[in-house]
Design a binder for this molecule. Structure first.
Ligand code: SF4
Length: 356
């Protein structure tokens, strides 16, 4: 079996994937809703990170997004995890991968690097609005020669058969994008030293994790990086992934209040066919996209538990619940979008500053 990190399909059957690829179930405890609601599912070598946190030792973090579109709630989750570990003391960098966006995405959407840079400006304004510091963010295309020399030197550690075995194909553009992804994760150790290094990813990104770990083992003076794997937020439609390629499946961070209302009103729920039936039998939050938004993003555990129990007991109807969700999202987005606007000039200066 091969996992395609460039597919936008949903990955199911976690247990099968764990077994096939040697992932460990995530069993570490943190007192935070991101870890208490079953969102984090697996890890590779996380014990090194857990030990560093508990013993107040240095550890590093690298996370990133490809600037191939506007950010949605699914991307916010990456940022929430980044901020969680940054606040626990990780020396952290967040890469906005404009070259990766240009090389890996369909030509029609990102047909030149400038288009990816335009999205990078918007994305970075979002990152700053969510709480990242400017010095924690970099853009692939304006890194210095050292970074690129390192990326090319990594290619000497990867054979054609390794690439074929992990990805199932050899595509020059994607190979180049992969080299930069590996350079991103490993070069934080060149900057800060060979310390335990953490990256949070979705399960479909595991091929990159395996290759990065393989390469790190063959490089002198590098700590093999650790990974944790979280569930992607699913799309608003039944059986969909929240994806920039399909705007109706996602709540974007720049959506207007009326767009949010429209998308939530049309989203798939675990409600029954009639109000009478729902009162009698209760709803099913386990399959409900509205509940998933609360589960992944609402910081108040009591609120989320209350929605869950009232839904199951038939004491909450979907119309009322959707209204709570629209209000929650629009409150958050109003303040986020105001900050985003203020941060745009700073974001532009980060994207277009001289190579460093
Ligand atoms: Fe989903 Fe809320 Fe309806 Fe329950 S009441 S199925 S959580 S929308």
């Amino acid at each position: 079996m091969q996992i395609d990190p460039w597919s936008s399909n949903k990955l199911e059957k976690y247990a099968h994937i764990f077994k096939e690829f040697g992932l460990n179930e995530f069993k570490f405890e943190f007192n935070h809703y991101l870890f208490s609601r079953g969102i984090v599912v697996a890890e590779r070598d996380f014990k090194k990170i857990y030990s560093a946190i508990n013993n107040k030792k240095t550890f590093l973090q690298l996370t990133g997004i490809a600037s191939s579109g506007n950010l949605h709630l699914g991307h916010k989750l990456d940022v929430d995890f980044f901020l969680f570990f940054r606040n626990l003391g990780a020396k952290s960098l967040f890469v906005v991968s404009d070259i990766d966006a240009y090389l890996s995405r369909p030509d029609s959407k990102i047909n030149n690097l400038n288009k990816a840079k335009e999205f990078a400006v918007e994305n970075i304004a979002d990152l700053l609005a969510l709480g990242l510091k400017p010095e924690e963010i970099y853009v692939q295309s304006n890194k210095s020669n050292d970074y690129y020399s390192f990326a090319f030197s990594i290619s000497k550690k990867i054979t054609e058969s390794m690439f074929q075995a992990i990805y199932g194909h050899i595509n020059p553009a994607k190979m180049s994008a992969v080299l930069l992804q590996l350079a991103d994760i490993l070069h934080v150790q060149k900057l800060f030293g060979a310390y335990p290094t953490l990256t949070g990813i979705g399960l479909e990104q595991d091929p990159h994790a395996r290759l990065t770990r393989d390469v790190a083992r063959h490089l002198k003076g590098f700590e093999t990086p650790s990974f944790f794997y979280f569930k992607h937020q699913s799309g608003l439609k039944q059986d969909s992934k929240m994806s920039s390629s399909n705007p109706d499946t996602a709540i974007f961070l720049n959506d207007s209040p009326s767009t949010v209302k429209k998308k939530i009103s049309r989203s798939f729920t675990g409600g029954r066919d009639t109000v009478e039936e729902q009162k009698r039998l209760g709803g099913n939050p386990d399959v409900c996209k509205v509940f998933e938004i609360f589960k992944f993003h609402h910081p108040d555990n009591e609120f989320v538990k209350d929605i869950d129990s009232k839904c199951r007991a038939g004491k909450l109807m979907c119309g009322e619940c959707k209204k709570l969700c629209v209000d929650f999202l629009n409150d958050f987005l109003k303040s986020h979008q105001e900050k985003h606007k203020e941060f745009l000039p700073l974001a532009k200066s980060i994207v277009f500053k001289k190579p460093y």
